[in-house]
Design a protein around this ligand. Sequence first.
Ligand SMILES: [Zn+2]
Length: 468
Amino acid sequence: MNQKIEQKSKVRIGLECHVQLATKSKLFCACPTKGEDIPNSRTCPTCLGLPGSKPVLNKTAVDFALTVALALNCKLNREFFFSRKTYFYPDLAKNYQITQYEVPVGEKGFLEIAGKKIGITRVHLEEDPASLVHEDGAKSSNYSLVDYNRSGIPLVEIVTEPDMSSPKEAREFMDSLLNILNYLGIYEHGVSVLKADCNLSYAGGNRVEVKNVTGFRAIEQALLFEEQRQKAQASKAGVLRETRGFDAQTGVTYSMRKKETENDYGFIADADLPVVKVDDLWVKKIKSKLPELPEQKALRIAKEFGLTEYDAKVIAQSKRLSDIFEAAGKIDSKIAVRIVSRELLGVLNYNKLSLEDTKVDANGISGLVMLLKGGKVGDKNAKESLIKYVLEGILPEKFLEENKLLIDSSEIDVKGVVAQVVSENAQAFSEFRSGNQKSLNFLIGQCMRRLKGRADARQLQKELEAMK
Ligand SMILES: [Zn+2]
């Protein structure tokens, strides 16, 4: 079995994903995690790391970490504690980061993507360091500014087994993970930051880690570069075990240092923080609050709205998309599935946008589905209004009304237009009479053009059939 997998892919990829948790206050102090963008305005002695300050654990952050661990099928540790990871860098003034090393919140879980289980080694909680600001870019600035607003924001770190066999699969894993975090409501798109350390080894060679890559695209790019670099290197001197950085602008990884070992960090238990004991009642509470996750949602909406398994999975891929679908599907599930899973996703893909970049919501899409159901708008104009909605945030109803694209049968002389088109296209009409589908489409197209799309194609076909 292992040999089989080995033959299929020579690449093994593991990820360490760091996700900021959407708590109101920081992990060990009461400073807010969000607010005005004034550097060092959300700080106190604890998150500045001043001597004598004492950390106090934020229970909500622990709740969130337990939630993530459960959603990723991990075994929960009922007793865990925090450790100090020693390192010297300006982003951590107290010279150590409070993290978990010996006993994490949860371990030995998995996340299934496209039928394949990716092992989750551990899920643990730690604090984010401060951010370093380089005014003229990291390479050209001759000084660094430190902003401690980020210092102490809770992070959950999700470490995977090296189970992914291509950069594409790593990307799919991240997509799936983010989707679950969105469902759990502990991650805020556009606000929370997702970063990863990625490791890749080629053909059983040395493992190379690429540190601190921010964003999905960059992670996939860094892995693609490493795959090619290690492939070339493997046939020469071999791959060196090391830690590398990634330059997102050039898409290239570069050597930072020879890989340090965990021992170099000198972990010691943090005596300022208590041992956390998770009793049955606490676990029960977290479990009762676990929302429906993508897989369960796909099964339910497939049954409830009569969707194909494929459509249900596509829609359940995103919480926001499925919320939109469920609202619109109550009006007409067939039209809703077409608009949501084909038209809307088509427009987003074409414009390389994600739903989160737009103002599209359940209200706007439901309005459009209602118009389509009532025969108030033709398919072409419906699509046009959807494009405007995605790109400019103009509600479809408003766009169609303002541009006089709604069908009002009392105002429009459909019969008259059909008769005129037939008399002007006698040849096509006689071909249609002898059963030519292309001629029918041509005639409908001519009518539509004259009616500026304010007609239903099925109605036009009926009128044409009646004239046969
Ligand atoms: Zn603070």
